[in-house]
Design a protein. Structure first.
Ligand SMILES: C[S@@+](CC[C@H](N)C(=O)[O-])C[C@H]1O[C@@H](n2cnc3c(N)ncnc32)[C@H](O)[C@@H]1O
Length: 207
């Protein structure tokens, strides 16, 4: 997965489908792409996909398995959180599953459209949402643990972005709390997503 726009030294860009990883465009010169695509779509691929996200994802993703696994990770580290911060929560499929299991959830996402879907499903579950970028957010009070699922961390394309997110997560979680997240590796992108990946010391190119 990645709504990935990797700008290399030559400023080439690749746009692949936010969820399935299918290339929407071959690498083209950045200026050309920018002039063709609507700027909003470039900035926020989920602004249109939100309505179809759940229907599409539940066919392919074993969310229950993911949630079971995350809870097992908590246990592995002898952690028994009651409050969980879900970074890049999207439409909240795992967020709401965890809420149904009794956790008090706070979801952060930068897409208002994805958050709107979450809100429409929330009912009386103990879920709060924060419309924010995961590189730059604060929470009203620290939570006991943080998660970021379904390789949403892969949306952060530079080390600086990752550090900014980690700093925010650190500040949002109590001392000793966990931050559990998954990421696609270069191997995973190449082998499982069928994307062409090359790696240099300074940059990972994903086509
Ligand atoms: C593939 S979805 C995953 C959603 C959810 N975690 C799940 O497992 O279904 C990726 C989400 O990351 C969000 N996202 C990407 N970059 C972000 C950023 N910098 N700050 C906040 N949210 C971001 C998108 O808006 C989208 O909702």
């Amino acid at each position: 997965m990645s709504s990935c726009s990797v700008v290399s030294k030559t400023r080439s860009i690749c746009v692949i489908c936010a969820t399935c990883g299918w290339p929407l465009l071959s690498p083209l010169d950045f200026e050309v792409v920018r002039s063709i695509l609507a700027p909003a779509m470039m900035r926020e691929p989920f602004s249109r996909f939100n309505r179809h996200y759940d229907q599409f994802m539940v066919k392919y993703v074993d969310y229950k398995g993911w949630v079971d696994y995350v809870v097992r990770v908590f246990g592995h580290f002898h952690s028994d959180p009651k409050t969980i911060l879900d970074l890049a929560c999207g439409t909240g499929i795992p967020t709401l599953m965890l809420a149904r299991r009794g956790y008090r959830m706070t979801g952060v996402d930068r897409s208002p459209e994805m958050l709107a879907v979450l809100e429409s499903k929330r009912g009386n579950l103990p879920v709060t949402t924060i419309h924010s970028d995961i590189r730059d957010f604060t929470v009203p009070e620290p939570l006991e643990t943080a998660i970021c699922l379904y390789d949403s961390m892969n949306y952060l394309l530079t080390e600086d972005d990752l550090v900014r997110c980690f700093r925010c997560a650190r500040a949002a979680v109590v001392a000793g709390g966990l931050f559990v997240f998954d990421m696609n590796t270069v191997f995973g992108l190449a082998e499982h997503w069928g994307t062409r990946v090359s790696w240099s010391q300074s940059c990972c190119h994903i086509e």
